[in-house]
Design a protein around this ligand. Structure first.
Ligand code: 13P
Length: 252
């Protein structure tokens, strides 16, 4: 199955409303130029969503959130509900990012609840998975990833592969300047796709988009995207600069 690439920018806890508005505006032409063959998503921090939403509402850019709660509303201090995100025009939500897992101790059970809540409310989750350097050095990569994927998908059913996105983000490659080699990424993506086939079925596995994230730069894009099972990227640092993210969007 031909999968439509997704180029996603995770803005993390950066920018202010003036800079966010400007960056969103600057990305519109690049995204429009690629609208025929790939999707572009940006995920600003929650306080920046209203201004960015306003900026991109008539463009092809998809708005995403960096996390999401499962409940519609209630006593969940510090959280944002799917309904709140949908009201602002978000269509996707990053879930289980390694910074959530490692700095904020979000565990598999919580990630599973977030994922299930997002799906129930019609937000497309971008489920992030990734092994630490230690796990890789101890040859535990596939075991760790399998554990993360299986627990995130407990009691989840998917009928349409477009409703869920996976992002493989090796922890050792995030913000380090050390991109995984295309062989390392491809090998993991194939493994994850097989596992998805096992958990759901072959149609879901062949249609689901699996992104790579971790020090993606304009220079590393073409090689990554040339690999059969890499269906796009989730970019941190390089997504904060209009010129570099536009180059990433314009990869050939
Ligand atoms: P960097 O591109 O800065 O390594 O960040 C990757 C990431 O965490 C995207 O979610």
């Amino acid at each position: 199955m031909k999968r439509r690439p997704l180029i996603a920018g995770n803005w993390k806890m950066h920018l202010d409303s003036v800079k966010a508005r400007q960056l969103a505006q600057d990305l519109i032409p690049a995204a429009a130029a690629r609208a025929g063959n790939c999707d572009v998503m940006i995920a600003p921090s929650p306080t920046l969503l209203p201004v960015v939403s306003e900026e991109v509402k008539d463009s092809v850019i998809i708005l995403g959130a960096q996390n999401v709660c499962w409940a519609t509303q209630g006593a969940f201090t510090g959280e944002t509900s799917p309904a709140m995100l949908l009201e602002l025009g978000c269509r996707m939500a990053i879930i289980g990012h390694s910074e959530r897992r490692h700095i904020f101790a979000e565990d598999d059970r919580l990630i599973n609840k977030r994922l299930s809540g997002a799906l129930e409310h019609g937000l497309i989750p971008i489920l992030c998975l990734g092994e630490t350097l230690e796990s890789r050095q101890q040859d535990q990569t596939f075991k760790v990833l399998e554990g993360q994927l299986r627990s995130a998908l407990i009691n989840i059913s998917i009928k349409n592969p477009a409703k869920l996105i996976i992002a493989y983000e090796p922890v050792w490659a995030i913000g380090t300047g050390q991109t995984a080699t295309t062989e390392q990424a491809q090998e993991v993506h194939v493994f994850l796709r097989q596992l998805i086939g096992d958990i759901f079925d072959k149609t879901i596995a062949s249609g689901i988009r699996i992104l790579y994230g971790g020090s993606v730069k304009p220079e590393t894009m073409a090689a990554l995207m040339s690999r059969e099972d890499i269906d796009g990227v989730l970019v941190g640092g390089a997504a904060l600069d209009a010129e570099s993210f536009s180059k990433i969007i314009n990869y050939s």
